[in-house]
Design a protein around this ligand. Structure first.
Ligand code: ZN
Ligand code: FE
Length: 254
């Protein structure tokens, strides 16, 4: 059985660990210590390290884990990350026979210019591109690029598990309610995720289906979202990219 485990790191990061039998893969180990502790405690052998983008809170532990476990480091071809041994990009497939797992690589620029995501075992590892009820800030890419990246995620099956790299869900829900105060699925989600957080548990993984119902950044064609974004901008906006750009800008101010 394949298990997917969020290992908390720093303030609000998750290092995702995928295990099958005695083999494991880690995604975005910003810190080597909690990942190495988990691997040793459970006597797992590390088969690979996957990186989504160059930010330190995602890459900081990769070199040390590579040194400790001599596992290959996969990461975005279009970003300069010293620890990468296997650069990958759009439509590459990486196969891990010892876990019986293969991942397809998606180019999802926007948060950073070369950001990638990994899709396989009905699960998406999306780094800082997509968050529960939100999306990454546009540090290096355009609204157009990020919107196209999010459209790739929307096209995945509704039951795809979404493993984001940060626990930002409640803050994002707060914003999503400003955009769509009348979204019943969103209010229901808030209720559920508040209860989860009050028990100290992660709100992740989410699912593509739930994001399509509640995440304003995936709902830029919805009349209520178009209307709210247009109110924010002070003039009528054309969906979807201008609507996306406006709510991303709005989010940055909240
Ligand atoms: Zn980042
Ligand atoms: Fe991050």
């Amino acid at each position: 059985m394949i298990e997917i485990v969020p290992i908390p790191a720093f303030e609000d990061n998750y290092i995702w660990l995928i295990r099958h039998g005695a083999s494991a893969i880690v995604v975005d180990p910003g810190d080597a210590v909690p990942a190495a502790d988990y691997l040793r405690h459970h006597r797992l052998s590390l088969v690979a390290i996957l990186l989504t983008h160059h930010h330190r809170d995602h890459t900081g532990g990769a070199a040390e884990l590579h040194r400790l476990f001599s596992a290959p480091v996969y990461g975005p071809r279009r970003e300069a990350i010293a620890s990468i041994t296997h650069p990958v990009g759009e439509s590459d497939v990486i196969d891990f026979p010892s876990l019986g797992i293969a991942f397809q690589v998606l180019d999802v620029p926007g948060h950073t210019a070369g950001h990638i995501a990994y899709y396989g075992i009905n699960t998406l590892f999306c780094g800082d591109a997509l968050f529960a009820c939100g999306c990454g800030r546009l540090f290096e890419g355009s609204a157009q690029q990020m919107h196209a990246s999010l459209a790739k995620f929307s096209a995945l099956p509704d039951d795809t598990k979404v493993c984001c790299a940060h626990e930002y869900t409640l803050e994002n829900i707060h914003f999503a309610k400003l955009v769509e105060p009348g979204n019943a699925a969103l209010l229901e989600r808030e209720h559920r995720d508040r209860a989860t957080r009050s028990q100290g548990r992660p709100t992740l993984p989410s699912s593509i289906g739930l994001e399509k119902l509640t995440n304003p950044f995936l709902r830029c064609g919805e009349p209520a979202v178009i209307a709210a974004a247009s109110r924010f901008a002070g003039h009528p906006l054309v969906p979807p990219v201008d609507v996306f750009a406006a709510i991303r800008q709005w989010r940055d101010q909240v």
